[in-house]
Design a protein around this ligand. Structure first.
Ligand SMILES: [Zn+2]
Length: 181
């Protein structure tokens, strides 16, 4: 995985692009955006209980699938917001939270280590990577303040934070141009 914060940062950029008024969005929108982007890695708990990495419930298994993202999107989009608190319809919210949850396995699939993500679980246990995998894989467990940790951080800044900034700036410019018309 890229480290958990990078998942949240990337998803927040997606979140700023998804709405016409990011500043008006309730705190809950941002909190759930970060939470959904981090959620798939709950499966890392399995290591402590002897769940095999390559099994369906192993790390990057079921919780890194499209089906899981859709379920999370459905649950959060349908039930987490009252009417009119976001300016987005239920369907838009469902799609959005499915998208940010899915951004997690997409980033994982661009890392250069570990096993791929089980995108098609529970229907297939096949693990997938993208052909391009520039992101330095983050060590499992928190040996983060090592030299290895620094390498990972630099790689995430380049391959996750910068693209996130680009998404954020593009959305901002788009809104500025649009409001001038
Ligand atoms: Zn992950």
């Amino acid at each position: 995985m890229p480290s958990i914060f990078s998942h949240a940062i990337f998803a927040s950029a997606v979140g700023s692009a998804y709405t016409a008024e990011p500043m008006e969005m309730p705190v809950r929108y941002w909190a759930l955006t970060a939470a959904c982007a981090m959620l798939p890695d709950v499966d890392a708990i399995g290591f402590a209980f002897g769940v095999r990495y390559d099994s369906m419930l192993g790390h990057r298994g079921l919780t890194h699938s499209i089906a899981f993202a859709l379920l999370v999107g459905l649950a959060v989009g349908m039930f987490a917001f009252g009417r009119r608190t976001t300016g987005l319809g239920k369907l838009q919210l469902v799609l959005y939270f499915a998208l940010v949850t899915l951004s997690h396995p997409m980033l994982d699939a661009m890392t250069n280590g570990g096993l791929g993500v089980a995108l098609l679980a529970p229907f297939s246990a096949e693990r997938y990577f993208f052909p391009l995998r520039p992101i330095e894989v983050s060590p499992i467990g928190m040996q983060f303040f090592s030299e290895r940790g620094l390498e990972v951080l630099v790689s995430e800044v380049i391959w996750v934070w910068l693209p996130a900034l680009l998404i954020y700036m593009t959305a901002r410019m788009y809104r500025a141009v649009k409001s001038e018309k």
